[in-house]
Design a protein around this ligand. Structure first.
Ligand SMILES: NC(=O)C1=CN([C@@H]2O[C@H](COP(=O)(O)OP(=O)(O)OC[C@H]3O[C@@H](n4cnc5c(N)ncnc54)[C@H](OP(=O)(O)O)[C@@H]3O)[C@@H](O)[C@H]2O)C=CC1
Ligand SMILES: CC(=O)[C@@H](O)[C@H](O)COP(=O)(O)O
Ligand SMILES: [Mn+2]
Length: 398
């Protein structure tokens, strides 16, 4: 059944994996959702193609020369789309008064400003960009409260937890009868690899996730299990949990997307095929349910569900993230920035896979954590961590 009004959706990071899945879901419901704005960064031919298909009011690219080029092509094709440039353009389409929902799917720290612009404009924010919340957790959640934004998690685990939590969560776990959150992890492509083999892993091997098709940065994070570390921090902020209340459980099939353990012994889980269109459709339509195009779960074909404890010796990033979560303040922002530099260096073949954790540890040892009382402190921590990480790279990288 169609809803009363058409919802206008801005897709930040439209050219990426989450962006494309979002557009697929939207296209299935033309009477309910319309694309208001699309943004891209390096894949501008793909952005042009998406504009021709979805005919948005706005498109955003990184700088003015690219904006003029795209504007010319779209005008020649008969489109009235206005092309904007830079972070100002991203914030404008995130906060535009005619926008109902914003898909925050830019990867990394670059997404923080535009995502916060959507929050401050009181939008329904579909949060895929976990790094934004990891960096600025307390201030981000405060802005959600102050501006009456509706924050819906897209990350598959957090969307699952959201679906399993009681409706009045958000004041600690105990008052709502929850004992702990069980955050599932696939274990990534190196789950069964010995340390010596992990040390020789190539970018292509790290990006070959066993269950999910994703962008390269998050794929490497899954391989190092930093993704689970970032998700632990993300879960603490979203559900008002302490790090000790979030347990990571390796579940290689990625069918159970996470679980919530209640004090009465009930454990609620959300299951589904590993396809991001499920959480995207859920968050887009919540509290309604809409078709996402995802096939029904075939339990007979899956046959078995396995569980293991994580091995922090082979995956030290998980422990580094837990320590940052416990320390709080600027530590998660430092961790995130160091990880972004390290992942980019690994993808450029300047460091080996185990160096990702070494570089992050070096940054965390070099910089003291500080309390976070304003956003500028978060951005300063991000810059400092990148500087220290670059210096480490000059010294130890290829
Ligand atoms: N993919 C998945 O299944 C999941 C992803 N997430 C999270 O969602 C986010 C997006 O992931 P994913 O879609 O896989 O990543 P992709 O790399 O596939 O896409 C990233 C998007 O961000 C854009 N982008 C990159 N750098 C910048 C920048 N500096 N300024 C503005 N835009 C930029 C890219 O543009 P362009 O391509 O044009 O360069 C692209 O549109 C990440 O935070 C990730 O952790 C969470 C759960 C699952
Ligand atoms: C699809 C999604 O949400 C990813 O974050 C996914 O969870 C990655 O898988 P692992 O980090 O568990 O390997
Ligand atoms: Mn996830």
């Amino acid at each position: 059944m169609a809803q009363d009004t058409v919802r206008q959706v801005t897709v930040l990071g439209a050219t990426g994996s989450i962006g494309r899945s979002t557009l697929d879901v939207i296209a299935r419901h033309p009477r309910d959702y319309r694309v208001f704005a699309l943004t891209g960064h390096s894949r501008l031919a793909e952005l042009e193609r998406l504009c021709l298909e979805h005919r948005p009011r706005f498109a955003v690219v990184p700088e003015t020369v690219a904006a003029r080029t795209l504007q010319g092509s779209l005008r020649a094709a008969g489109l009235a789309t206005r092309v904007l440039a830079g972070e100002g353009g991203l914030c404008e389409v995130a906060a535009h008064p005619e926008v109902d929902a914003v898909m925050a799917a830019i990867v990394g720290a670059a997404g923080l400003g535009p995502t916060l612009a959507a929050v401050r404009a009181g939008k329904r924010v579909l949060l895929a960009n976990k790094e934004a919340l990891v960096m600025s957790g307390a201030l981000f959640m405060q802005a959600v409260q102050e501006h009456g934004a509706q924050l819906l998690p897209i990350d598959s685990e957090h969307n699952a937890i959201f679906q399993c939590m009681p409706g009045d969560y958000g004041r600690g776990l105990a008052p709502v009868g929850v004992r702990r959150i069980l955050l599932t992890a696939s274990g990534g492509p190196f789950r069964c690899w010995p340390l010596e083999r992990i040390a020789e892993a190539t970018p292509q091997q790290a990006c070959s996730h066993p269950n999910w098709a994703m962008g390269r940065k998050i794929s490497v994070d899954s391989a190092s299990m930093m993704n689970k570390g970032l998700e632990l921090i993300e879960a603490c902020w979203l559900f008002d949990a302490r790090p000790a209340q979030v347990e990571v459980v390796i579940h290689p099939q990625s069918v159970i997307h996470s679980l919530v353990d209640y004090v009465d012994g009930s454990v609620l889980a959300q299951l589904g095929n590993p396809d991001m269109r499920t959480p995207i459709a859920h968050a887009l339509a919540w509290p309604r349910r809409i078709d996402s195009g995802v096939a029904p779960l075939d339990l007979f074909a899956i046959a078995r569900l396995d569980f293991e404890a994580p091995d922090v010796r082979r995956f030290p990033c998980l422990q580094l993230a837990r320590q940052a979560a416990e320390a709080g303040g600027t530590l998660p922002a430092l961790l995130n920035a160091a990880n972004e530099v390290a992942v980019a260096a690994f993808l450029d073949e300047r460091i080996r896979f185990p160096d990702i954790a070494c570089m992050i540890e070096a940054v965390l040892n070099a910089l003291p954590g500080e309390p976070v009382d304003q956003l500028e402190r978060v951005f300063a921590a991000d810059r400092q961590a990148r500087d220290v990480a670059q210096a480490w790279l000059q010294r130890f990288g290829r």
